[in-house]
Design a protein around this ligand. Sequence first.
Ligand code: GDP
Ligand code: IMO
Ligand code: MG
Length: 432
Amino acid sequence: MPLDIVIGAQWGDEGKGRAVDLLSKSSQIVARYNGGDNAGHTVTVGPKIYKLHLIPTGLIHPDVIGVIGCGMVLNPQTLVEEMDMLRRGGIKINPERLWISDAVQLITPGHRLLDRAQDAALGNGKLGTTGRGIGPAYTDRASRRGLRAGDILDLEFFAGRLRAHLEQVNLTLTESLKQPGIDIEYVLKEYMDYAVQLRPYIRRIGPLLQEALKDGRTILAEGAQGTLLDLDQGTYPYVTSSCTTAAGVFSGLGLGVQPVRAVVGVVKAFQTRVGAGPFPTELQGDLAVFLRGTGANPWDEFGTTTGRPRRVGWLDLVLLNYAREVNGLNELFLTKLDVLSGMKEVLVCVAYQRNGDTLTSLDFSGDARMLDGCMPVYKTLPGWQEELRGCTRWQDLPAAAQNYVKFIEEHTGLPVKTVSVGPERDALLYRD
Ligand code: GDP
Ligand code: IMO
Ligand code: MG
């Protein structure tokens, strides 16, 4: 009855979609447990590129059941659009293979407006959220006035709750933020339509998943965002509003800890971040352009959800070791090693210098200010010129690329079990 967990080990966009796609082959259920349509998970299958924001990536596999867990926040409009998009691509979507938790919180256009207006009101201090209403929806959940998917099973009750929510949003928008209000009747009508469409998919997820594990089925928990965006353990306040770490799996799906088998940290061969916040190894100039790409390739570093250019930098092993600790990672899935081909040398951050001290690990409790004044100490490794696309065995990798992987293993104490050298399904190799 195993439960495997896939976690972003950096600031998101590590290639979790790609890793989940691989691991879904040996899973019967793939469940998202946190975040909402701020996520953008990409899977490349032959000529098709799927960019999924809400639906678990595993659903692309015909025999997998996808779950939207109660730790998420669900925008019904995005979900309905995504279901249509997948259907057009020939993927079967029906209530037998997509289960929505009755306890998941719903996002409304009110949440989106509040998110954008509140972030803009921060001026230079803004977080650079995705504008998807994530923060306000989790705020309503914590304030115990949120709308839950199960509410739509009683349309009259739901309409009353939705109206009260929109009236309250309008008050905040017009009074505090001096913004125009929202058309309540329009949203009510729209949400009644979504309610009718989504009702058949609503389930009591916890018991179903517990039962599945007892029956010997494998569940894969698909994390969204990354460890350093975790509400508590990330670089607060430059974080998202959910629990992105392994801890979120249990409350976000209604499961206990016993069935956990593997906690896989997905890590990019370099570091990226979208939005504001500290980034000790950030690069500018030609090296940044090299790592980011120009946007000509589908995998270049431009946000899957917002299209924003991602900030890029050298791999930070101090932060990766932090991610190992807070998640209990037991293996790594390394992505985008191919992107480093062509560099003369590759730098890796192994420590920080701060106020004359050298820190190899962080006494860190998720406060962005703790990274203030941290200057990276780099180890310089030889680069490699060979293209890695096409390497399918460990021994196909040039020695310098093998050394880079081994260096990560030595400094984290974790095995890099899988190395990805391209976005395509088969562009990966297993470490001997
Ligand atoms: P996620 O949010 O963690 O699922 O990652 P994203 O999908 O937002 O961003 C990862 C991007 O890198 C996507 O465009 C993937 O197709 C691409 N990708 C994943 N693994 C590799 C790899 O090994 N090499 C290359 N070149 N691209 C990759
Ligand atoms: P995936 O799952 C990268 C970032 C935003 C912003 C901060 C808060 O594709 O890895 P939010 O809209 O969540 O309130 O924004 O979090 N962020 C992500 N960055 N990948 C993501 O998801 C992200 N989801 C949110 O850019 O800095
Ligand atoms: Mg992404």
